[in-house]
Design a protein around this ligand. Structure first.
Ligand SMILES: Nc1nc2c(ncn2[C@@H]2O[C@H](COP(=O)(O)OP(=O)(O)OP(=O)(O)O)[C@@H](O)[C@H]2O)c(=O)[nH]1
Ligand SMILES: [Mg+2]
Length: 465
């Protein structure tokens, strides 16, 4: 995942201050020096870094913070809030045409992910906004570009309009007429990759924009582009009226600086992120959740959304409540891991959990490890599973468990610290963001009402519908 280095460096910097009962300005300075360096290393634009550090310092220096309760945590909250602000505060909605066809234009450099994302987006909007999408193939330059879009379309069962390699403007014009006639209400136009310095190609895309009058002009940016992404976004935004940007390949090993600079420097909101090659791997970009992920606090909300989408909702909600209650025990940990296993690539999802992102061997957590964890927990007594402190305090219990399951005591200790980290991070998360926690508890954090919540609401009303 992106941001891995940034996360571990941030955590190191923040650890300097979180444990202290009192903080002074030099503690803050030292911490912020590290934060500054880690941001620069992550390829965040230097101007952004400068403003960010100044803003955090100014707030953190305040008497109220330095002399208040839990100064470290308050500073962590300032950092988290500023990171969120940097990425745009709130998730930015797509614009739809309230009466008629909604048109979206995909633009960007070669290979940024336009074609893939056009398909992902069409599928996402069909599912979440109940639209009937049509894809238009307007890339006539790259060999096999049209076939690629057709493949994407057929995988998703979404029709593709194409006229071969003729003038893209004619294709778009005819495509829009076809959409009207066939009663499509969403059209996504896939265009050729182009360099922002290629004036002929930029002129072409301007004409396509003028002709199609899109509700969304979406710049697709490869998150690996680094610093340059900002210049690209600026140039495209000068030529066209960009309404948003989609960061692709955030699943890759990128430093992630683009995510943190584009909003501020190019003034373009990030609307979605691409998180894999599969056509379902697209997510709404939530600045707050991203900030929390970057700070290593995990992304509990995305995890829960994923959980409710892919596994039994009642089960996921009760797990969530358990996690938030601070009484998370080994029975719960085992259930959680089994649930996660069902949800997909194990390590990717594990990283969304608080405290997990810095586990050294996270990429090696696979099915066999799950079997070991199961064996270890299986060797615990019922009491030990429910009350983790029993094992924490007693080395003879740890030895007995190790013998019982044939794993080493180091592994037992690692499991203990995993559980411990989750419990601690959960508590920290709760202290940081009371409003969020409340929203979560009330189930307001996700757009769709889950079955479990409806059930419990109906129960309160005194019956099922
Ligand atoms: N891992 C990962 N790969 C992605 C993502 N989005 C796109 N890709 C891959 O990136 C490559 C390029 O994607 P395309 O959709 O063809 O990019 P494009 O912008 O249409 O490229 P051109 O039409 O040549 O300009 C493909 O191999 C995609 O599978 C993503 O979010 N994650
Ligand atoms: Mg393409």
């Amino acid at each position: 995942m992106a941001f891995e280095n940034l996360t571990s460096r941030f955590q190191m910097a923040l650890r300097r201050i979180t444990g202290k009962a009192r903080l002074n300005e030099s503690d803050i300075d030292q911490m912020m020096r590290e934060v500054r360096l880690s941001l620069l290393e992550a390829d965040v634009n230097y101007k952004v870094v400068k403003e960010f550090t100044e803003e955090v310092k100014q707030q953190a220096y305040g008497e109220r913070i330095l002399k208040g309760l839990n100064p470290g945590q308050q500073v962590v909250k300032i950092v988290s809030d500023e990171l969120t602000k940097l990425m745009g505060e709130k998730a930015s909605d797509l614009r739809f045409n309230p009466n008629g066809i909604t048109v979206m234009l995909m633009v960007g450099l070669q290979g940024a992910g336009k074609t893939t994302t056009a398909g992902k987006l069409a599928n996402y909007i069909r599912k979440n906004n109940d639209k009937k999408p049509l894809l238009i193939a307007a890339d006539i330059y790259r060999p096999a570009a049209i076939e690629q879009l057709q493949t994407v379309g057929s995988q998703l069962d979404i029709p593709v309009f194409e006229m071969g390699k003729i003038d893209p403007l004619t294709i778009v014009k005819e495509g829009l007429e076809f959409a009207k006639k066939e009663e499509f209400d969403l059209v996504i136009i896939d265009t050729a990759g182009r360099l922002h310095v290629d004036s002929d190609m930029m002129e072409e895309i301007r004409k396509i924009e003028a002709l199609s009058k899109p509700n969304e002009v979406l710049l697709t940016v490869d998150a690996m582009t680094g610093q340059d992404a900002v210049n690209v976004a600026k140039a495209f935004n000068e030529a066209l009226t960009l309404t948003g940007c989609i960061l692709t390949k955030l699943d890759g090993d990128t430093r992630g600086g683009a995510a943190l600079s584009i909003r501020k420097i190019a003034d373009v909101p990030i609307k979605f992120s691409g998180t894999g090659e599969k056509l379902t791997e697209i997510e709404v970009f939530h600045p707050e959740r991203m900030a929390s992920r970057i700070l290593g606090m995990g992304d509990v909300m995305s995890l829960v959304e994923k959980a409710t989408a892919e596994i039994d909702e009642a089960e996921a909600m009760s797990m969530m409540e358990k996690m938030m209650s601070g009484n998370f025990n080994y029975n719960d940990l085992l259930k959680q891991m089994k649930m996660i296993k069902r949800m997909g690539k194990f390590s990717g999802i594990l990283k969304m959990l608080p405290g997990m992102s810095t586990m050294a061997n996270i990429d090696q957590v696979d099915d066999s490890q799950l079997a070991y964890i199961e064996a270890i927990i299986g060797s615990m007594t019922k009491d030990e599973r429910k009350r983790p402190e029993l094992i924490e305090r007693s080395s003879s219990r740890r030895n007995r468990i190790a013998e019982g399951c044939g794993r080493s005591t180091t592994e037992i200790s690692r499991l203990i610290s995993t559980l411990d980290k989750q419990r601690k991070m959960m508590r920290q998360l709760q202290n940081m963001n009371p409003q969020n926690i409340e929203n979560m508890a009330q189930g307001n954090f996700q757009p769709k009402e889950s079955r479990a919540m409806r059930r419990s609401k109906n129960k309160k009303k005194g019956g099922y519908r």
